[in-house]
Design a protein around this ligand. Structure first.
Ligand SMILES: [Zn+2]
Ligand SMILES: [Zn+2]
Length: 191
């Protein structure tokens, strides 16, 4: 089986299951499907670097990780390419098994908690959702090449930054259009 998400799985068999045991991992994950939002994402084939520290605790394994990646997209104003360097710390507890006492369905909030719980699958820790969440949270919905980006002239599509200060297109305001027509008719009197 070679599902795309397999690359996010970390086998932790080397970490002794005694509370207090610790092990460090350096992972380079080649992204099989882009990770991010519509306008900007870590593209397929890019590397997500992870410095992870795993710690055995009584009920599971505590993951502390630093995530490094580069997201690529387009400026939401001028469409220039934009790169955002992502550096995020995450900490998540992976439980050996679901906490039974939390299964009682009393409020919708508790259901959510159960869905959010991260579980070990034997020795395997699936890093996909914490990595994806960290990256998505680090990304702006509208990426900009710079906060001062002036965007594009709506009439010709050129960049304001590259246009002369007095750049303008001849525009006849609808309110004056009728008047302009009258003025153009005037020379007819001379004929
Ligand atoms: Zn821009
Ligand atoms: Zn223009």
């Amino acid at each position: 089986m070679s599902k795309l998400s397999e690359v996010y799985k970390l086998n932790t068999f080397e970490l002794p299951r005694r509370a207090g045991e610790m092990k460090e991992y350096e992972l380079n994950i080649e992204v099989p499907e882009k990770v991010g939002v519509d306008l900007i994402a870590v593209p397929v084939g890019e590397i997500i670097e992870i410095d992870a520290r795993l710690e055995s605790v009584a009920e599971g394994i505590l993951l502390s990780a630093e995530i490094f990646a580069i997201a690529k997209g387009e400026c939401g104003r001028c469409l220039d390419p934009v790169e955002i360097v992502i550096e995020k710390r995450v900490q998540e507890l992976y439980l050996y098994e679901k906490k039974v006492e939390r299964k009682k369905r009393t409020t919708p909030d508790e259901d959510l908690d159960i869905d959010d719980e991260l579980l070990m699958d034997g020795d395997v820790m699936d890093l996909q959702s914490p990595i994806r969440d960290a990256i998505v949270l680090a990304l702006p919905h509208t990426p900009l090449c710079s906060d001062a980006c002036e965007g594009l002239c709506p009439d010709c599509g050129a960049k304001w930054a590259e246009l002369p200060a007095d750049h303008a297109h001849e525009q006849i305001d609808a309110r004056w259009a009728g008047l302009a027509a009258v003025e153009l008719d005037e020379p007819d009197f001379k004929n």
